[in-house]
Design a protein. Structure first.
Length: 389
């Protein structure tokens, strides 16, 4: 059996929020190209918009395996399907070799025959070793470069083929964090993500959307009207100003039982969480495009509970406010309701980390009185005031 790695495991639950500012920009468009709106006219963004930015930021570090991102075939630039992506990252799916039992064969001799076939295979194929034996199904592994080749030899090898597949999937940082719905030719696998992110709601009082005309230097060659001799006129729709608030939670126990079943080294680690913090603080700002210029990270908060703490904190959407200021171009961040909430549950809190862009947001000094708080610049990561110990 492979040893389950418990060193550096992250065990605490976390409640958090991230604020994304959009100024004359479109953080998350619908299929018409307009900012998404709720039936009451309030602008919102899906959780997928934030996850896309986070995954994109993860790719800056080549050591991060990111599964759910676009990859293309070199020969024709066609996107890879989910099976091709798996093979690209991890190698081929496990090879299955079933050892048949004869009608008169007793179990002891049959099981011995399986082991003999395994030993024979190892003798004839250098580099393979037995990883595990589950119900007389032997899982063999050989490492080739940064990929593993798996062979399953046994009574019903199809029964355990998901074990090595899951072991590989948990090597991907985005799957360890966000989970996965893996619908492949080898079957459907659902992984409950340790990190859950909500839709982002614009908490700024105004939701002013406008459309502006833009031109292209090229004519539309398919247009048969008189206008086909002119350059193309189009439009883009943007939000004048918005402050999208996403809530998120981290619960390392979400995938714990599944990991135990596959005896995998795929537990959430403190390194994973540190990478997630960096990406959720900088990923949106890093993602530049024509519509994303003017979309930036401006605030985030991580409330880490004591280990094994079971309290449940409410959504922060109505507890965090962004307000105008008459004599400043900056907006005012109001965390007074958050402070009240955390005062009531301070015995359950291990630490509170707040990251803020002070070039865009002002705040009251009472945020420094939040229990166990540390406040840093979201840009430089430097402490704004000495963190509480």
């Amino acid at each position: 059996m492979e040893k389950i790695v418990t060193e550096n495991r992250f065990n605490n639950r976390v409640f958090g929020a991230v604020l994304v500012k959009a100024t004359v920009a479109n953080y998350n468009a619908d299929f018409t190209g307009s900012p998404r709106t709720l039936p009451n006219g309030v602008v919102y963004a899906t959780d997928k918009a934030l996850k896309y930015a986070i995954r994109n930021y993860f790719k800056l570090d080549n050591n991060n395996n990111v599964f759910y991102t676009s990859r293309y075939k070199k020969e024709n630039m066609q996107p890879l399907d989910i099976d091709e992506t798996y093979i690209e990252l991890f190698g081929e799916y496990p090879i299955l070799k079933e050892i048949k039992k004869t009608s008169k064969e007793k179990d002891d001799k049959y099981f011995l025959k399986i082991k003999e076939e395994v030993d024979k295979f190892i003798a004839e194929n250098d580099g393979y070793e037995i990883v595990s034996n589950i119900k007389n199904n032997y899982l063999l592994k050989k490492t080739i470069g940064n990929k593993n080749s798996f062979i399953i030899i046994g009574q019903k090898p199809d029964d355990i083929k998901r074990v090595p597949i899951l072991q590989n999937l948990f090597k991907a940082l985005d799957i360890r964090l966000f989970g996965a719905t893996f619908a492949s030719k080898e079957g459907n696998i659902s992984i409950h993500g340790n990190v859950q992110i909500t839709h982002g709601i614009n908490i700024y009082p105004e939701n002013n959307i406008f459309t502006e005309d833009i031109t292209s230097p090229f004519r539309n060659s398919n247009e048969k009207s008189d206008g086909s001799q002119q350059t193309t006129i189009g439009n883009q729709t943007v939000l004048e100003e918005g402050h999208y608030l996403h809530n998120f939670t981290i619960n390392p126990k979400n995938s714990e039982e599944l990991i135990k079943l596959i005896d995998n080294q795929g537990y959430l680690t403190t390194d994973d969480i540190n990478k997630f913090k960096e990406a959720i603080n900088k990923g949106v700002s890093y993602l530049d495009s024509a519509s994303k210029v003017g979309v930036e990270n401006e605030f985030s908060m991580f409330i880490t509970l004591n280990e094994n703490e079971k309290i449940q904190l409410p959504s922060f959407t109505t507890l965090i406010k962004v307000e105008d200021q008459e004599e400043s171009f900056k907006r005012k961040l109001d965390l007074s309701e958050i402070k009240k909430l955390l005062d009531d549950v301070q015995d359950s809190i291990y630490k509170v980390e707040i990251y803020i862009d002070t070039t865009k947001l002002d705040y009251d000094n009472e945020i420094f009185d939040i229990p166990n708080v540390c406040i840093k610049s979201i840009i430089s990561n430097k402490e704004i005031e000495k963190c509480q110990k």
